[in-house]
Each structure stands twice: as structure tokens, then as C-alpha cells.
Design a protein around this ligand. Structure first.
Ligand SMILES: Cc1ncc(COP(=O)(O)O)c(C=O)c1O
Length: 453
């Protein structure tokens, strides 16, 4: 790829170097709205079309290789086409794809999740994190006989109706930061859902306590990401999750940890890291080894509501629940993920966050690098990022410059500047990320300074 010049805009470089992606996008626009089937992989002027991945790398349809710090939004903790995962998939594939029957391998993955994750006494599989949070919320409503679900402003729990309130609200409609109002994510979110959703401010225990006490016996459950993922990789602060645990127990509310992303920070997820055990846990991403697998699990007395041998059990169908390919890929992945592997990944994450902070400090650019374990997120703001409102102060123009600039320098990250580290990444790969961020900073420094950075 011809190197970007200082005078050319990041977008111009992108368009110049990715003609095959552009051509495919034009075809896609004829058959899919906006040319995409996944909003989160679209970015303007058109998304990158990736042909293959191997280890830490992906190659686009123009043959350009990039280091993949996105890893399918943190799911591919072992990188692309890990030999153990590929072998497990091949072996399973030869036995057929799916059957309407129980399969032995689902028991193995279930047992492994129960063994690792403190809150998970029993577990059920789904095909996505979306279904996992949906069922966890349904269990909370069924168990308590209450209707409302409390959730945090700026959290992300997937794409079902109850997940789609105040994920990224119009701040003009969202009320005070200490008493946020529910704002539907789109006109398609049912009004009844908005009315039955209580919005809480992250990392602000006194406000959470005041709001939850006010709603008292109406709230069935509180769903929280112990580390906000999609909303900026914001870790829960010391005492916050513990306080939430104590409060929900006192008020008879079910505490649901959404660990779809945070499960990658320790064998038992963020709940192990923080030493706080929820009632239910929603899971996905790493537990499927790159295949569409989700799960929800927790206290056996709560999960029992799904037992089909009991009267009035909650039905939990799903043509592909416990799909043998997903189970095989997930199991192979977890077998590789020993405690030592997490330690190594987390050490690399700490190193990256430290070096990135140094780059911005050296160039006097107001930026925060948040994260935990092998996750990180860059925010262009002088305000410490600890909740949704502070995250929203990040400069969107700088985020876009950085994202496209990094694509042009051979690095793939999320457009919102989130990244994750996978096991095949070497020290040279991590250094390449830091160097690319510095290079883009140098290229855009003067423009960014005019933006008041
Ligand atoms: C915390 C969290 N919960 C739920 C989901 C939804 O998972 P899925 O995309 O598998 O439906 C995501 C997806 O990124 C997530 O980050």
C-alpha cells in the first residue's frame, strides 16, 4: 500500500487504496439496505471487505494485510483460524451440522462454564448475546413477579426490545446525569418497554441507590456490564459493583451481569476479577470461539424456571441452541484459555494502555485510554471517562481521523477506538499499534489542535 501523505485526507487515502471493497459495496447496496447486514461493521464511505484472517491478521479483498485489534468486537480471543479451533470444527463438521436432539458436546461446554464462572450453577445456550440478555431479563421478571428492568445509561445488551433503551441517548432528552430518563434507541422500541425501563448512571452508587429505592418493588432485575464494553470500555470502579450487589439483594431484585465482553478478562470473567457474584450471567463472544454462541446461567433455583419437567416452565426453544459446531469451537477455545494465558493477555493490555497514554501525553493531545485486561478504548477528551456522559465528551471528528488513519496504516480497530488483544499478537504487533497511533497523531496533530484538543 502506498503510504498516506500528510496532505491527503484519511478518507482520500482509504478510497485510493480499497477499490475492490468499494466495488463490492456498490453491489451490496442493491440488495441490502445501506449495503450491509450488520450496522456495527458499516463505516463511511463504505466498509472494508475482508477475505480471510489468520492469527492476528486479516486481509482485505485488495490483498492488504492489517493487524486485527477488533477481533470481531473482542470475540476472537485466540485470533483467526486457531489450529485447535479449526481441528475441532472439522472433526465435528464430518458428523453433520445440526440435529433436533440433545448432543453430548453441549454438556461439556456447559460443565466448563459452570466450573469457571462463580455465579453459574446451571446454564442454557442461545445463538447470541442478545438472546442471552433477553432470557436473563425474562427470568428476572418471572422469578420476582415484577415488571421493570433497570439498566445503565450507555450500556449495551444487544438488539432485542428491552435492550434498546438509552444505549446512546440524545442527551437533550436524557435528563440529568444523576437521574437519567429512558430514551428509546429508535422509534421501533415499544412504548411499554420504555415505560418499564429504569435508567441508572454508571459508577454513581449514591444516585443508583436513590433511584432503585424510589422504584422499590416494581423492579425485577438490574442488568449491568461489570465493565461497560461497547459504550467505551469503562470498568466498574472499586465498591460500585459490590454496592450494587448489596442493594439489589436488600431490595429483592435479580442482579444480572452482562459478561458478553468482560468474560475475556479472567477465566471466571469480571465477577471473578471483582469478587462480586451476580444472580444471573449473560455470556457470548469468547465462549463460542468465533461461532454464534450465547449463554445465560446462574443460580440453580432461578434457572429451574426453565426445567421442562415442571409445570409453567418458561419455554426456551431455538432451532440452533447448543449447535454442535459452536459447542465444539467454544470448548476448544476454553481449553486453550488457561489462567496463565489470561495473565499474559492482560499484561499485554496493560502495556498497550500505558504506551498509548504516553503517545498522547508526548504530543500534548487531550486523550483518555480506558480499559481492563486485554481491552482498551481511546477517548479524545480531557475529562476522565467513568460513565456514559463523560464518554460522550470524546471528539467525534478526532475518533474518525484516528480510525481511518489506522486503517490506512494497517491497523483495524472499532470506529469508536475500541480494541482488544488476542493470543497470537506478538510484542512487535503491539508496538506496531502504538507506532501507528503515533504516526496518525503526527499527521493530524495540527488539525486536532485547531479542534481544541
Ligand atoms: C455487553 C454486550 N451484551 C450483549 C451483546 C449482544 O451480543 P450479540 O451481538 O451476540 O447479540 C453485546 C454485543 O456486542 C455486548 O457487548
Amino acid at each position: 500500500m502506498k503510504a498516506p501523505s500528510r496532505t491527503e485526507s484519511a478518507e482520500a487515502t482509504y478510497v485510493r487504496t480499497t477499490p475492490s471493497s468499494r466495488a463490492l459495496y456498490e453491489q451490496a447496496c442493491k440488495v441490502m439496505p445501506g449495503g450491509t447486514t450488520r450496522t456495527t461493521v458499516y463505516f463511511a464511505p463504505y466498509p472494508l471487505y475482508i477475505e480471510r484472517g489468520q492469527g492476528a491478521w486479516v486481509w482485505d479483498v485488495d490483498g492488504i494485510g492489517r493487524l486485527d485489534f477488533l477481533q470481531n468486537y473482542s470475540a476472537l480471543i485466540l485470533g483467526h483460524a486457531h489450529p485447535r479451533v479449526t481441528a475441532a470444527l472439522k472433526a465435528q463438521l464430518e458428523r453433520g451440522t445440526s440435529v433436533a436432539a440433545a448432543n453430548p458436546i453441549e454438556i461439556k461446554l456447559a460443565a466448563e462454564l459452570c466450573r469457571r464462572i462463580p455465579s453459574v450453577e446451571t446454564v442454557r445456550f442461545t445463538n447470541s448475546g442478545t438472546e442471552a440478555t433477553m432470557f436473563a431479563m425474562r427470568l428476572a421478571r418471572t422469578f420476582t413477579g415484577r415488571q421493570k428492568i433497570a439498566r445503565f445509561e450507555g450500556g449495551y445488551h444487544g438488539t432485542h426490545d428491552f435492550a434498546e433503551v438509552s444505549t446512546k441517548p440524545d442527551l437533550g432528552l436524557a435528563g440529568l446525569s444523576t437521574s437519567p430518563r429512558p430514551v428509546p434507541d429508535s422509534a421501533g422500541t415499544p412504548q411499554v418497554v420504555v415505560a418499564d425501563t429504569v435508567i441508572l448512571p454508571y459508577n454513581d452508587l449514591p444516585s443508583v441507590e436513590r433511584i432503585l429505592r424510589r422504584h422499590g418493588k416494581d423492579v425485577a432485575g438490574v442488568i449491568v456490564e461489570p465493565v461497560i464494553g461497547a459504550g467505551g470500555v469503562i470498568p466498574g470502579e472499586p465498591g460500585f459493583l459490590r454496592g450494587l450487589r448489596d442493594l439489589t439483594r436488600e431490595l429483592g431484585m435479580i442482579l444480572i451481569f452482562d459478561e458478553v465482553i468482560s468474560l475475556r478478562i479472567a477465566p471466571g470473567g469480571a465477577q471473578e476479577h471483582y469478587g462480586v457474584t451476580p444472580d444471573l450471567t449473560a455470556m457470548a463472544k469468547v465462549i463460542g470461539g468465533g461461532l454464534p454462541v450465547g449463554a445465560f446461567g446462574g443460580r440453580a433455583d432461578l434457572m429451574e424456571i426453565l426445567d421442562p419437567r415442571l409445570p409453567n416452565a418458561i419455554p426456551h426453544g431455538g432451532t440452533y441452541n447448543g449447535h454442535p459446531l459452536g459447542m465444539a469451537a467454544g470448548l476448544a477455545t476454553l481449553e486453550v484459555l488457561t489462567p496463565a494465558v489470561y495473565e499474559e493477555l492482560n499484561r499485554k493490555g496493560e502495556w498497550v494502555r500505558g504506551r498509548l497514554r504516553e503517545v498522547f501525553e508526548a504530543h500534548d493531545i487531550a486523550a483518555q485510554v480506558t480499559g481492563i485486561g486485554s481491552l482498551f478504548n481511546i477517548h479524545f477528551t480531557s475529562v476522565p471517562v467513568r460513565d456514559h456522559r463523560s464518554m460522550r465528551s470524546s471528539n467525534p471528528r478526532m475518533l474518525r481521523d484516528l480510525f481511518l488513519g489506522l486503517v490506512n496504516h494497517g491497523i483495524l480497530m472499532a470506529p469508536r477506538a475500541m480494541g482488544s488483544i488476542c493470543t497470537p499478537m506478538t510484542q512487535e504487533d503491539l508496538q506496531a499499534l502504538v507506532d501507528a497511533v503515533e504516526q496518525v497523531t503526527i499527521e493530524r496533530e495540527s488539525e486536532w489542535r485547531e479542534l481544541g484538543a
